[in-house]
Ligand binder design. Structure first.
Ligand code: GDP
Length: 423
């Protein structure tokens, strides 16, 4: 059985927390896209864990965790993340962590290129996390990138790197006027960070096929939301990879397989990191109060997130492009302080109210139509059954479910593993 847990919005919906919760029944948890440019925050018995590259299943014993071929891996970051978790008693070894031989290696040159480009753009920047993700995906599609399998073949590694740096240094030196990347220094970095990872590298496709043949439950974990997808998101303010569920089997190593179930994670309000159109955005004290209530600061960068009310056009679209079968609504508890809950019900584009999610300049010019629903005026963090929720909270959930046209199966009312209810 193949399940994907994916984001419906702009990211930071609480996917990590839902994967952690739902990974209970799963034997394999797999990341299929992206790199260390985002983070999942998970609380287990009040202890906070921030994961950038490792799948959330790493916190559960007996789960095999996979970094798929669709990923880009900064191996220095991965090692540091593994060591940090190991220092906190999480056991990580080649038996519970598998890295695809086809995943690309994000190099220091990619990080430098990302920073140089953001600096060049200055005021017009894209809000990159400066972790090299755009440049390494660019290298991949230019067919210049190094892959994890190259670490196992020193001759090939050197040849590939020579080819890559010949090309990359044209841009660094002649384009940006920056120092060239040095071959021996990069090889040293690759040896230092890559050698300890060698036992983890394998063909994750074979591993997943074997797991499925043995009747195992496999979970795919997305890293960013639908609206950050390179093709279907708010281009060009997107990530550089395909975040959608449909890509999960490809990005994990089993392109011929079909998903059995897609669970969309959707937040009870909106947040967005970085630049780009965010129609429902709130400003001033109303935004500050929501940001504080929701702790909306980036897990990878600490940047304050832009916040707004639940956005129906964007979320309906997110549900559609993800092909979600059911939803997990997160952070409902965050809205408890509000006497009335604002919801963005439509976009106004050229004076016309629209329910669809536009792209290009129509999206950039769209204005929100906001309506208000009754709040519930009390904490709900202790609710564990649907009937425990105050009526206004249940109404709000039902309203969202109708609005996005997909059943809400789980409602999360706190950050801890047990803080949720099932409908
Ligand atoms: P992800 O990238 O989608 O996993 O999301 P993040 O980890 O960046 O952000 C989600 C944040 O919200 C984390 O700090 C979670 O611990 C927290 N969180 C998740 N679900 C809930 C919830 O239902 N209520 C509250 N208060 N916090 C939650």
């Amino acid at each position: 059985m193949l399940t994907a847990i994916v984001g419906i919005n702009w990211g930071d919906e609480g996917k990590g927390r839902m994967v952690d919760l739902l990974s209970q029944g799963y034997e394999v948890v797999c990341r299929y896209q992206g790199g260390n440019n985002a983070g999942h925050t998970i609380y287990v018995q009040g202890e906070k864990f921030v994961l950038n590259l490792l799948p959330s299943g790493i916190l559960r014993r007996g789960v095999v965790n996979v970094l798929g071929p669709g990923m880009v891996v900064d191996i220095a970051h991965l090692r540091a993340e593994m060591e940090r978790l190991a220092g906190r008693g999480v056991s990580i070894g080649p038996d519970n962590l598998k890295i695809s031989s086809r995943a690309c290696i994000c190099l220091p040159a990619n990080v430098r290129q990302d920073c140089l480009e953001e600096d060049r753009l200055a005021g017009a920047k894209f809000g990159s996390t400066r972790r090299g993700i755009g440049p390494i995906y660019g290298d991949k599609y230019m067919k210049k990138a190094l892959r994890m399998e190259d670490l196992l073949d020193p001759g090939r590694l050197r040849r590939q790197l020579e080819r890559l740096l010949d090309w990359k240094n044209l841009l660094l030196e002649k384009g940006y006027g920056a120092p060239a990347e040095q071959l021996e220094e990069t090889l040293g970095w690759l040896a230092q960070n890559g050698d300890p990872l060698k036992p983890y590298i394998c063909d994750t496709g074979l591993l997943l096929e074997d797991a499925l043949k043995a009747g195992k439950q496999v979970l795919f974990e997305a890293q960013l939301g639908a609206l950050r997808d390179i093709d279907y998101g708010i281009y060009p303010y997107t990530s550089s990879s395909t975040t959608l569920a449909a890509y999960a089997p490809i990005g994990a190593g089993i392109p011929g397989r079909k998903l059995d179930r897609v669970v969309g994670v959707m937040k009870a309000y909106s947040s967005c990191v970085g630049e780009g159109p965010f129609t429902c955005e709130l400003f001033g004290p109303e935004a500050d109060a929501l940001r504080e209530a929701g702790g909306e600061y980036g897990a990878a960068t600490g940047r304050p997130r832009r916040v707004g009310p639940f956005d129906i056009p964007a979320s309906r679209y997110g549900v559609r492009v993800q092909g979600a079968d059911e939803l997990a609504l997160t952070k409902l508890d965050v809205l408890s302080y509000l006497p009335e809950i604002p919801v963005c019900t439509r976009y106004l584009v050229d004076g016309t109210a629209r329910l669809d999610f536009p792209s290009g300049s129509a999206l950039e010019e769209a204005k929100p139509v906001v309506e208000r629903l009754p709040g519930w005026g009390c904490g709900i963090g202790g609710c564990r059954r649907w009937q425990d929720l105050p009526e206004a909270a249940r109404r709000y959930v039902e309203y969202l479910e109708d609005a996005v046209n997909c059943p809400i199966r789980y409602v999360s009312v706190g950050a801890d593993r047990e803080d949720y209810l099932t409908r």
